[in-house]
Every structure is written in structure tokens, then in C-alpha cells.
Design a protein. Sequence first.
Length: 306
Amino acid sequence: MKSAIITDIQRFSVHDGPGIRTIIFFKGCPLRCAWCQNPETQKSEPQIAYYASKCIGCMSCVASCPNNALKFTEAGHLQIDKEKCLVCGKCASNCYPEALKIVGKNYSPEELLEIILNDKIFYKNTYGGVTLSGGEPLMHSDFVLEFTSKLKQYKIHTAMETCGYSNAEIFTKTIEFIDLLLFDIKILDESSHIRYTSRSNKQIISNLHLARKLGKQVIIRVPYITGVNADSAFLTDLSELAKDVEVNIIHLMPFHQFGKSKWEAMRYDYAFSDAEPPSNSEIVFAKDFLENKGSKVDVGGANIYH
């Protein structure tokens, strides 16, 4: 039976696609974006997240660990031995303040469909549907294909937020039953893309062209980050790309620090911990610039879908 590891299922969302939607966050991503807002979805396997601000030091987690993988330092900080940790979840189950959490749970397509169908009436009345996010859904190609084929049987609108990084064969197969692609374009200079994401953008851009050749509706999404891509050179290249692939809707997604606590919970080093969101003048400049080039631009990506 096919299964995929899911980190979260957000119901009644009004973002990431038209109408009321359910957003499914897949675990695993081929990129390592330095500013990632969902770092808990980067690795493919389940993990333990530790929210230190919630911890009361009750030691119940230490007592419940079957492999002695947890201990508190003299300063009162919980340490998790990654070599010993079985990710069994017993520590999280016994953590009363919920400072420990298992990130990632296996679902079959049938289990997800059962959840989705509970909200079918909301999709119908608002022209909403289901959005696959992550992480990267392309890493779960066979699962996505089967799951979205089931959604189509119920005439449920499907969207997928994607970084676009996969070979063309996998990309083509995965998006067969996807109605709308929310396609991330982060940086267009290849060397900078490698620097900030650990991967080249050549296949990403190629797949953007491929999606349009396959007749898919595409919206370009741009994480807009001061010091990375918030400049006229990038905006010029972006507008030319949008014209080339005949995509006239761009969502500007200004960088924020809402994901910082997740980096801390996953115990990852966060290079953008001191980064500031783009100023209002930077955002207005970018919006005006792209609109003057002929694009429809929405800041935040919640309003324009047609």
C-alpha cells in the first residue's frame, strides 16, 4: 500500500488556492532554502521537535524513553541523542506541556481522502479544494498521482505548491491530475540559487516551461527577500520569464520570521535568524515594477487566482 509522511493537515484555509481549502504538508524536500519557513518538512523521515519555551522540566520524557536517548543538562536544557533516539514518540506522548512533538505521520491515500471528503461541501460552495504543499510533493510522485486521481473522481479542485525540482518524467507524471500549480521561483541567477538552496535552478525553470506546454494553469510564487532577490535585476529577469512562459499572475511572498521557532525546535542552524522582512517601500516597488511589465501581482498570495 502506498503511503506518504505528512507533517500537517490544515483545514478551512483561504490561502494557497481559490476558495476554502485543505492544505496537506508533505515531508521531504530536495532543496535546503536558507530562509525556509517549514524546516520541519526538509527531511523525509519522522523527527522529534522540541519547543524549549513550553518545557517545564518535569522529566517525564526522560523517564519514558526506552533507549535512554534524553537527558537534561545542569542548565536545564533537554538534549536528545540522535544516535539513540528511535523516534518512537513515547516522550512526546508523555510530555504534558507538549514541548515535544513527533513531526511526520504516515497516511495512505484512502486515509487522506476520508479526511478530505468531510469538507467537500465547503469546497463546492466556495470553488475551493485541496492544495498539496510541503516540503515537496514531487518527492511523493506515485502517492500524489493516486491521491489526486481519487480527488478527481469527486470533482475536487487540486492545487500543488512546488519548487519544481525533479526530472521531467516524474514532474509530468505527478501533475497529471493537478488543476493549479503554485510554482516557486526563488532566484534566477544559477550560482546564487545554488548558494541559497543547495541546488541548480536549471531543471526548475525547464519544468516551469514544461508545465505550460502541458496546458497547466500556473501562478508564479516568489519569496521576496532583502539581500537575496529584492532588487530590480531579479524583477527584470522575473518579468521576462513570466512573459516567456505566458504566466500573468505573480504572488509576492515577503520574507517573515514566523518559521524561526521551527528552526529552533528542529535544532537546526538558521542563517536568516537576524534577517529583516522587506520594507513596505521595497514591496510597493516590486509590485509596481511587475505590474508595469504586465503582470497581475498579489502580495501574500491569497486573492488573485484567475
